[in-house]
Design a protein around this ligand. Structure first.
Ligand code: GLV
Ligand code: MN
Length: 193
């Protein structure tokens, strides 16, 4: 869903300030600008969610500038959860490379569409909708995801709501979640950055 390019390519010059839609073009370009080796690197999933994501987007792979797409490598420990999040600028497609993953997204009417899928199977998440994945297999799991944006953005609900800087005032969160300050403070302490 990014804008259409008006030239063959425009490898991003990340040292320049981003302009209205991406980065200015780098002047000297070579083959290495169009290849990226980072997507297969093993990731450390020893963290609270049991998940790790490594992105190949314009910031890590500047050859993607103006090309309207990007990818992620997502690895899960057993039981790992990629928490509910949305990409404001892209539809997402994904393929399971290893393991068994419960994949779900929510419509704007709060219908949950979900399925457990296995290696070789694909899913799609319409642009902007909240979605998540959960490794339901015995071993680790791995996905490759793809986006129709060079920088899809990711609004991760738990950290947006409880880990912002500065934080959202407690009265907003206690009322929103029909709960008390103790609960809100506990959640804030877990997501503080
Ligand atoms: C998975 O949802 C991803 O954003 O890579
Ligand atoms: Mn996603």
């Amino acid at each position: 869903s990014d804008s259409d390019p008006l030239q063959d390519f425009c490898v991003g010059d990340l040292k320049a300030s981003p302009s209205i839609n991406g980065f200015p073009c780098k002047s000297a370009v070579s083959a290495s600008d169009f290849f990226f080796s980072g997507l297969g690197a093993p990731l450390n999933t020893t963290n609270a969610n049991g998940v790790a994501v490594s992105p190949a987007n314009v910031l890590t792979f500047p050859g993607l500038n103006t090309l309207g797409l990007s990818m992620n490598n997502v690895e899960f420990a057993p039981g790992g959860v990629n928490p509910p999040h949305s990409h404001p600028r892209a539809t997402e497609a994904g393929v399971v490379i290893e393991g068994s993953v419960f994949v779900g997204f929510l419509t704007t009417n709060n219908t949950l569409f979900s399925k457990v899928i296995h290696a070789g199977e694909m899913f799609v998440v319409p642009r902007g909708l909240v979605h998540f994945q959960w490794n339901v297999g015995k071993g680790k799991a791995r996905l490759i995801t793809a986006f129709n944006s060079q920088l899809p953005g990711s609004a991760v609900l738990p950290s947006s709501l409880f880990g912002s800087n500065p934080t959202i005032p407690n009265p907003v969160l206690t009322k929103t979640f029909r709960t008390d300050d103790v609960t809100v403070n506990k959640l804030k302490s877990m997501f503080a950055v």
